[in-house]
Design a protein around this ligand. Structure first.
Ligand code: ADP
Length: 258
């Protein structure tokens, strides 16, 4: 793989990305020409009604799925030029993931869950860095606990530490607060915000929640597979209003009902 250019301002760039599912008669256009860039040390929220293409967008941008057309560049790598093995390596080394379901391994301690992606990538986890990241998410005294011994919010903190420890070029978060109560959700969003402000991390977060978007620098709106607008420095009220104008709430389904 080519060496990554750390000086490039855009960490992720999508150009005219299209994704079509199904065959000729039953084809669904999930992404219909999406172009957008995510700069280093920025926090962007992606919003849209159910079925607007948010998951497809995240999967294509993160190299979990290949688009039907257009280009996706992550950390200066054109994903279309990579073999499956190279793509897996890029995902492991340069991309962090935080999902609604925390996806921790129940038999591993907090510390071992956090270092797992590094070990899978054949990298040594520097004990000092691991300790710092676990402390950063407020779990310094839970290092040796199992996920089952932690609350939902604490488990999501482990997932965030796991995403941060590899110092990825970008973290993709898919409804990271979907399974959390309001207060815990705010703590988790604050952690992502801190990672951007203090560590220069880049975060792209798909969410249904206008309050969650207020932690981002920018929110972009998807409708019917297209980007239909954006707001800088979003407020929950401003975003809720824009979603109402998009007709989003009328189509909104509870998280998990797809
Ligand atoms: P969102 O995350 O905003 O709810 P999705 O990206 O899941 O939207 O879906 C966008 C569109 O693509 C929807 O019409 C959905 O039904 C369709 N779609 C998503 N995944 C598949 C798939 N694997 N096969 C067929 N259609 C799909």
């Amino acid at each position: 793989m080519r060496q990554i250019d750390e000086t490039s301002a855009d960490v992720v760039r999508l150009t005219d990305v299209r994704k079509t599912y199904g065959g000729k008669r039953t084809s669904v256009v999930a992404l219909d020409g999406v172009s957008i860039s995510f700069g280093r040390a920025t926090f962007t929220a992606v919003m849209g009604p159910s079925g607007s293409g948010k998951s497809t967008f995240l999967h294509c941008a993160a190299g979990l799925d290949r688009p039907t057309g257009g280009t996706v560049v992550v950390a200066d790598q054109d994903l279309a030029e990579l073999s499956e093995v190279e793509l897996t390596r890029l995902r492991r080394e340069r991309i962090g993931f935080v999902f609604q379901a925390f996806n921790l391994l129940p038999a591993l301690t907090v510390q071992d869950n956090v270092t797992l992606p590094l070990r899978l990538a054949g990298r040594r986890a520097k004990p000092e860095l691991v300790r710092r990241v676990i402390e950063q998410v407020g779990l310094g005294d839970r290092r040796r606990h199992l996920p089952g011994e932690l609350s939902g919010g604490q488990q999501q903190r482990v997932a965030i530490a796991r995403a941060l420890v590899a110092r990825p070029a970008v973290i993709f978060a898919d409804e990271p607060t979907g399974a959390l109560d309001t207060r815990t959700a705010r703590d988790v969003l604050g952690l992502l915000r801190d990672a951007v402000d203090r560590a220069g991390q880049t975060v792209v977060m798909v969410t249904h929640d206008p309050v969650a978007t207020s932690y981002a620098d920018r929110v972009v709106f998807l409708a019917d597979g297209r980007l239909v607008g954006e707001l800088a420095d979003p407020t929950a009220a401003g975003v809720a209003e824009r979603m109402t104008n998009l007709g989003a709430w009328a189509e909104h389904e509870p998280a998990g009902v797809r």
